[in-house]
Design a protein around this ligand. Structure first.
Ligand code: C2E
Ligand code: CA
Ligand code: CA
Ligand code: CA
Length: 275
């Protein structure tokens, strides 16, 4: 009815405005989250197919929001990208991941995701050398995962950044390979150490002939170029079997473990030893 005033009006507010408000609230919260130490890294193991040994852990960001609970990265990283907050957040991630890796057996590597904005930011090299120096982690134990979006922007600048990163001694992986605008020429042009085959190709392994053909081709291509290949999103023994048959060397996925808090890494290593 007409005289119901504000509250009634608000109820009928277009969904767009409600989302804008939620977003603005989230942005304010995001600005404070670093200072309030609300971010946390979870770790997911990556295993060697032949020996079944853990070779590394991927650090995956979580936000313990005081009201909204544990938030996965897809819920706040796009906003962090848009606002540029991803740069200081990403710096925190680098420092936290390197420090954590120092507590693990020395043969284990840690993989950190870099967003396109962070990759293009001026302080990137300093952020990485700073995190390595502060933690004492050997550079070869740090692996940076970047997506192909990075390559689309300015390939000259990207190439020079990648070469400077290689000079520091860190390793570089192309993440989510096969999605978006992936071009095979990127593999030749940019100095990647390894390729992470997107889980959309792993999902149908053993079910469709096509997915097997694609994964097999990517694995062979990587081998031919002297790069490693890691399959993401391995969930079933059948997928693992087919990946092994195709010569894929590294696997990651819920079959072995979900991402877990840092405190559970030691227990996880124990459990996976007898896997
Ligand atoms: P990503 O780099 O492709 O990370 C792998 C995602 O797949 C993770 O989701 C992981 O939990 C999930 N995953 C792993 N194994 C399986 C599986 O067997 N099945 C299924 N269905 N999923 C699996 P998560 O942790 O939610 O991260 C999502 C994305 O957020 C990441 O995708 C990455 O792009 C981004 N991200 C995470 N942490 C960071 C960070 O510190 N910085 C930046 N810039 N991005 C991050
Ligand atoms: Ca990744
Ligand atoms: Ca990925
Ligand atoms: Ca992804």
């Amino acid at each position: 009815a007409k005289g119901d005033g504000r509250s009634c009006f608000r109820f009928f507010e277009p969904e767009m405005d409600v989302r804008m408000q939620l977003r603005r609230g989230l942005e304010t919260d995001l600005r404070q989250a670093l200072a309030a130490a609300e971010f946390e890294l979870f770790y997911q193991p990556i295993l060697d197919v032949g020996s079944r040994a853990v070779t590394s852990f991927e650090a995956l960001l979580r936000w313990r929001h005081p009201e909204r609970g544990l938030m996965p990265p897809d819920r706040f990283i796009p906003l962090a990208e848009e606002t540029g907050l991803i740069v200081p957040i990403g710096e925190w991630v680098l420092r936290a991941a390197c420090a954590e890796a120092m507590r693990w057996p020395a043969h284990l590597h840690v993989a950190v995701n870099l967003s396109p904005t962070q990759f293009a930011s001026r302080g990137l090299l300093e952020a990485i050398t700073g995190a390595l120096a502060a933690s004492g982690l050997a550079p070869h134990r740090l692996e940076l995962e970047i997506t192909e979006t990075v390559m689309l922007k300015d390939s000259e600048a990207t190439l020079s950044t990648l070469h400077r990163l290689k000079a520091i001694g860190v390793r570089i992986a192309m993440d989510d390979f096969g999605t978006g605008y992936s071009s095979l020429s990127y593999l030749q042009r940019f100095p990647f150490d390894k390729v992470k085959i997107d889980r959309s190709f792993i999902r149908n392994l053993g079910q469709t002939r096509e997915s097997g053909a694609i994964v097999g081709a990517v694995v062979d291509l990587c081998a031919g170029l002297g790069k490693g290949a890691t399959a993401e999103g391995v969930e079933t023994p059948e997928q693992l079997e087919e990946l092994a048959a195709k010569g894929c060397r590294e696997v990651q996925g819920f079959l072995f473990s979900r991402p877990c808090p840092a405190a559970e890494v030691a227990g996880l290593l124990d459990r996976l030893r007898s896997w």
